[in-house]
Design a protein around this ligand. Structure first.
Ligand SMILES: [Zn+2]
Length: 228
């Protein structure tokens, strides 16, 4: 590190996105302590069943993989908040590559042909400057060496924040929100759909249904975090 970099580091210490502790010069985005201690969703049968169950009877999903367990007010929530609201496309990309390495150990690179992020509405994306799901998907794609595209699945209507609405209302609101721009690129493909967090799964379900309708041969869900 040259003296100028060192001075910048001292004046503006970089913070861990999970615990807000000061990062050492050799650490990026997440400190080593958090790297080791963040609650990973080990794919034990119990946790995998909890993930799979979110789509049972709704959508025919080949694999559902989530990397971290979402716990309210915990370090994973800090990461997700920063991904969305703190202009952090690099963090999303970094987390995507980390998740991608985990997926690689599961051999998932051999089970997928195309990776897509859940699209944001264009107005929202313009406001935020990036789509965190696309940034995650790009990081995963880089590690798995599987193509990633942004203009196949698109969002057509603006939906206001959904958090206070009932599940049914949320669903009703989202009908027709996603559209497949280029069905030829979907047909016969094994597709992985990426989002930052899996809670009820309503958004993924509606977008996934469009991909199945357009003729993808298999659909998998990848989310950085999940509430089990
Ligand atoms: Zn940390």
């Amino acid at each position: 590190m040259n003296p100028l970099q060192l001075a910048i580091e001292l004046m503006y210490p970089r913070l861990c996105s999970a615990c807000f502790g000061t990062l050492q010069v050799y650490e990026n985005h997440i400190c080593i302590k958090c790297n080791l201690s963040l609650p990973k969703i080990a794919l034990h049968e119990n946790e995998q069943v909890k993930l799979d169950k979110k789509f049972w009877g709704k959508l025919n999903i080949e694999n559902t993989y989530s990397f971290l367990q979402f716990i309210k007010n915990g370090p994973v929530q800090n990461i997700l908040h920063k991904l969305k609201y703190k202009n952090s496309p690099e963090l999303a990309n970094f987390m995507g590559r980390w998740f991608g390495n985990h997926l690689l150990t599961l051999g998932f690179d051999k089970e997928v042909d195309l990776i897509l992020g859940i699209p944001l509405h264009p107005i929202k994306q313009k406001r935020r400057g990036y789509n965190q799901a696309d940034q995650l998907a790009e990081g995963i794609s880089e590690i798995l060496q599987v193509p990633f595209e942004t203009n196949i699945l698109v969002r057509t209507e603006f939906t206001e924040t959904q958090t206070n609405k009932s599940r049914y209302k949320r669903f009703e609101n989202m009908e027709g929100v996603f559209k497949i721009e280029d069905p030829e690129k979907v047909k016969g493909k094994r597709i992985a759909l990426v989002d930052d967090v899996l809670t009820t799964g309503a958004t993924l379900e509606i977008a996934g249904a469009e991909l199945i309708k357009a003729g993808c041969s298999e659909l998998s869900i990848l989310t950085l975090a999940a509430a089990l």
